[in-house]
Design a protein around this ligand. Structure first.
Ligand code: SF4
Ligand code: SF4
Length: 268
């Protein structure tokens, strides 16, 4: 689900009027859930996790399929087979849909028609967090990941309406019959009907010292780079300070943590 700027401002306003801005006294719940996630000594840590996607390095359908299926397998994302009920954490979109208003007639054909990998942007200023009445979605203060606690989700879908990037999916039906037994990751929970879900920057893999599944799946391309935006020596910072990058819908002020390189080295 996507929304235009007017709808976005409206929902942001409603959330403020209703007082869903974090004053419901549920912060204790949030803290307890966050502390339940145990970290191994090998855990990867950052003050602000971010991803850079160099679209020119994704040169074949296989690259996209590998990244998407690695994510969806790792997280038991069901394959419903009906676009209206689709559940997606990582998906492909055209430039004009990914970056509406940023297209122009004379842009390179290669970019105009290239698929872009989209996911939750883990916004610095996430409207989905502001509208959630139960704090099922919250921003982890330690590293900026916008988390989704499926157990606390009541299915109101306010977060879906508030997200201007269509990054969240709703389980209209029980997802379990749509996960093939041979594909199921027994180490990651499955969801239930009536629950919202999205990419969580693979917090569970980071806690074990592993990179996100999508990054790992296409690591030979070096197209997806994940790291600490607050560290000037991190690869993401080095790339962003030497290459021109864009983010989705910057005019909304959500400050995405996912950056796209569209021109490669020649635009450095
Ligand atoms: S992309 Fe959408 S779901 Fe993800 S943090 Fe931003 S507003 Fe929330
Ligand atoms: S970071 Fe993890 S959860 Fe997010 S799209 Fe990549 S594999 Fe999926």
């Amino acid at each position: 689900m996507s929304m235009d700027r007017r709808q976005f401002i409206k929902i942001a306003g409603i959330s403020t009027v209703l007082g869903f801005g974090g004053t419901l006294g549920l912060s204790k719940l949030k803290d307890s859930w966050a502390s339940e996630m145990l970290q191994s000594p090998e855990a990867l840590n950052a003050k602000h996790w971010a991803m850079v996607i160099d679209v020119k390095k994704l040169t074949s359908e296989e690259h996209y399929d590998k990244a998407i299926s690695a994510c969806h397998r790792a997280h038991n994302v069901p394959n419903i087979g009906n676009p209206k009920e689709e559940v997606k954490w990582l998906w492909k979109e055209t430039y004009e849909h990914a970056f509406p208003g940023m297209e122009q007639e004379y842009m390179p054909e290669g970019i105009k028609h290239k698929p872009f990998l989209l996911l939750c942007n883990h916004c610095e200023n996430p409207p989905c967090v502001r509208v959630c009445p139960t704090k099922a979605t919250f921003k982890r203060e330690s590293d900026g990941i916008v988390m989704q606690d499926m157990h606390r989700c009541i299915g109101c879908r306010f977060c879906m309406a508030a997200c201007p990037f269509g990054a969240r999916s709703f389980n209209w039906r029980d997802p379990r019959p749509f996960i093939k037994e041979q594909d199921e990751n027994k180490e990651f929970p499955t969801r239930t009907k009536g629950v919202v879900e999205k990419c969580t920057f693979c917090y569970e893999r980071l806690a074990k010292g592993e990179m996100p599944a999508c990054v790992e799946a296409v690591k030979d391309t070096k197209a997806l780079v994940f790291g600490d935006l607050s560290d000037p020596n991190s690869e993401v910072r080095k790339i962003l300070s030497t290459h021109y990058s864009i983010r989705r819908k910057p005019e909304l002020g959500t400050q995405p943590s996912v950056y796209y390189l569209i021109g490669g080295e020649e635009n450095a």
